[in-house]
Design a binder for this molecule. Structure first.
Ligand code: ZN
Length: 714
């Protein structure tokens, strides 16, 4: 703990005395005005009524119900959670439907790992059952054995090579050391990039199988006490997860761009989803605990690891090959299975075709107390609050949809199929507000498209924090304390009170923003969380470590609900394109520098720079109009909404046409974190001058289109 964090802890401790667990709403400062509203006074009263409803105790009961059984997508237990959520939506007065899709999912029949020394002696066989002292839910026979969604099937034996985090640079380092991966089994630790990227890079380099393990350095005892003493990963806990090639496209592997409705004929489903354009690996991938990875890594010979490759297991790591062979067996039962989204609707009174969408997935690898049930409980309490307003006769101006997605864990499937089914209808969706891992601790963080970054800051200025003051004030305090558990977000950049991150991937905003061009946000409240995707992400872990009084579920319910209300009722859509244009200009300048560094100095950035300048000018004029809303607001709103759509390109990104947004995509080699102006930057990374020039032209056209659209504002 450094001095500044010690000071923050002192402040928190001071506020806590006598303050927990519930706090009156007096701490909240009701704003007198809000961007996008000519007169905010009625809305401010409405928001106050809403904020009084979400209830911590009820949220805790909802979380307990949602986590009572393992509820992997497409299981009967998952269907029961769909019915539960649908009942809650209906009770609040939402017009509710359970929407099924038929999608390809693998369930494991056999997963086995055995390691042998050169003399043929068995060093380990696994996976070892996940077990700790005293967890009440760990022995349920319905817990699915550790496996990777989208793993191939097969039976392979090979020498082992350690590839650190399995990043692009890690594999390049192995190549530089002349370590050939053909016929090898690669072992990588989790962390730093999306697991599907690790498998993709290993497959490209000829590996026949991949072991993905959780190193204690990244989320185990090196960080702090493991569960059940503390929140960090215990020895036998395994991170399940999808290894889908999400950077190609999200959703059902058989239906890119098409909705997998239950009656979609098999002839309309593609077969080559393991091919160069598909989103499935064909090699085996198996996740391991550090208990099971230890004998393999300890026996591994070959060169010792260099800087940044040593983990926290108590011996020196070696790269291999040599010293150990492993035998992997993976029998995956691939079937088209039925999944269930739940969609609850409140018809808008003035502009019913404009949709404000709130979404969270419901399926979990096991119990999913944090991921995603904390999000579902928060959403249910937001719905509870909105339901109370409905009973008092209120109607939103725009339509609000609350959506509970299925099969997110296997590859954002429920949300993607739904987005693909809506098609052009989503051109009128004014916002998508995502929540997934809603609460793993007390530290608020957010990511958003730049036009909504100030919007999300504003919303948090109106929501009381369970500690003291507002969520915004705690967020800012936490930033200045340099808290290390703040999810994906970087420290604030100069001039920003708090930093709002960029949207990469790894949750259900991806189809909305990056495929359909719907302005999106993602929020969470984070803390030390070492049980991600293991059996121990359960109710007992949650109440011990994350949020014993469920006050952060209440906080997140208020944030989500307020996002929806404020967006649905605004006179003018509160998008800040001036901020968007500023970020785009910075991305263009940065790409220009990177091109110079990569020896592509002959690329002409002038057209893109002038298109960005034109967008900036148009955005500043639009901002002035939005600040004093009057006249034909329907026209202004239409123009504002179409500006985001104008940033989509019809052809999509090279090699991955499903990704159509020219400003944001999940990185081909990072997966979770956003690559900005991806067409251009990825061509620069590949040192491909021709492609970089083409992609600069595509970007310039998109910026010109957006500028021209926005110039229509008056
Ligand atoms: Zn999740």
């Amino acid at each position: 703990m450094n001095l500044r964090t010690a000071f923050a802890a002192f402040l928190v401790a001071t506020f806590l005395i006598g303050g927990m667990p519930t706090r009156p709403l007096a701490a909240q400062v009701s704003p007198k005005s809000s961007f996008g509203y000519a007169d905010f006074s009625d809305e401010a009263k409405l928001e106050e009524k809403f904020l009084a409803v979400p209830d911590a105790k009820l949220a805790g009961e909802e979380l307990k119900t949602l986590t009572a059984e393992p509820h992997l997508a497409a299981t009967p237990e998952d269907h029961r959670t769909a019915e539960y959520v649908a009942r809650k939506f209906r009770a609040a007065g939402l017009e509710t439907q359970i929407v099924p899709y038929r999608v390809l999912l693998n369930w494991p029949k056999v997963v086995r790992v055995e390691a042998y020394d050169p003399a043929g002696h068995l060093l380990m066989s696994g996976p070892t059952r996940e077990h700790v002292e005293g967890d009440p839910q760990q022995d349920d026979p319905r817990i699915v054995m550790p496996f990777n969604g989208s793993s191939g099937s097969g039976d392979v034996t090979g020498e082992v090579v350690y590839a650190n985090y399995g990043r692009f640079d890690d594999f390049n380092e192995l190549a530089a050391q002349h370590i050939d991966l053909h016929g090898k089994i690669v072992i990588c630790r989790y962390g730093s990039n999306f697991r599907g990227v690790k498998v993709y890079l290993a497959e490209q380099r000829g590996a026949i199988g991949v072991l993905l393990y959780s190193d204690p350095q990244d989320d185990g005892y090196y960080k702090g006490d493991p569960y059940p003493i503390g929140p960090w990963r215990p020895e036998t806990a395994v991170q399940r997860g999808s290894v889908q090639y999400l950077f190609r496209y999200a959703g059902d592997p058989e239906t890119p761009g098409v909705a997998s409705t239950v009656d979609l004929p098999d002839s309309a489903r593609i077969k080559n989803y393991e091919g160069p354009n598909g989103n499935q690996p064909h090699i085996i991938s198996i996740p391991l605990s550090y208990h099971d990875a230890t004998p393999i890594l300890q026996a591994l010979k070959g060169p010792g690891v260099g800087q940044g490759w040593q983990g926290a297991l108590p011996f020196r790591y070696h790269i291999g090959p040599g010293g150990v062979k492993v035998h992997l067996v993976s029998q995956q039962d691939y079937q088209r299975r039925i999944i269930w989204d739940v969609v609850g609707k409140i018809e808008g009174s003035l502009d019913p075709d404009s949709w404000v969408i709130v979404g969270n997935h419901r399926d979990a690898w096991v119990y999913g107390a944090v991921d995603p049930s904390s999000g579902t409980a928060a959403m249910l309490e937001a719905v509870h609050g909105v339901g109370a307003l409905l009973r008092q006769g209120w109607r939103p101006k725009r339509t609000i949809l609350f959506c509970s997605w299925d099969a997110e864990e296997e590859g954002l499937i429920g949300s993607t199929e739904w987005v693909e089914q809506q098609g052009q209808v989503l051109d009128h969706a004014v916002a998508y507000f995502n929540v997934d891992v809603a609460v793993s601790g007390p530290d608020f963080s957010a990511s958003a498209v730049p036009s909504l970054k100030e919007f999300i800051r504003d919303v948090t200025r109106s929501v009381p924090s369970p500690v003291a003051g507002t969520v915004f004030q705690q967020w800012r305090l936490n930033r200045s304390a340099g808290n290390e558990h703040r999810g994906s977000n970087a420290p604030p950049i100069e001039g920003e009170e708090v930093h709002v991150g960029d949207l990469g991937s790894g949750s259900d905003f991806t189809p909305f923003l990056q495929h359909a061009g719907v302005p999106s946000t993602d929020v969470s409240s984070t803390g030390p969380y070492g049980v991600y995707h293991s059996t121990f992400d359960d109710f007992a872990w949650y109440t011990q470590n994350a949020d014993p009084h469920f006050v952060y579920l209440q906080e997140m319910a208020r944030v989500l609900g307020l996002e929806a209300l404020r967006m649905a009722d605004a006179d003018v859509l509160p998008y800040d394109y001036a901020a968007y244009a500023r970020e785009i200009s910075a991305y263009v300048e940065d790409a220009k520098r990177r091109a110079g560094d990569a020896g592509l100095g002959s690329l002409d950035f002038a057209p893109a720079e002038s298109a960005a300048a034109r967008l900036t000018a148009a955005a500043q004029r639009a901002y002035a109009l939005e600040s004093a809303p009057s006249g034909n607001l329907a026209k202004l709103n239409l123009v504002l909404r179409q500006t985001e759509t104008a940033l989509l390109s019809e052809t999509g990104l090279p090699h991955r046409p499903w990704y159509r947004h020219t400003i944001y995509a999940p990185g081909e080699f990072t997966g979770y974190s956003a690559v900005v102006i991806p067409g251009v930057n990825e061509a620069i990374d590949a040192h491909d001058l021709t492609r970089a020039a083409q992609q600069l032209a595509v970007l310039t056209q998109a910026l010109d289109r957006a500028a021209q659209t926005l110039e229509g504002a008056r």
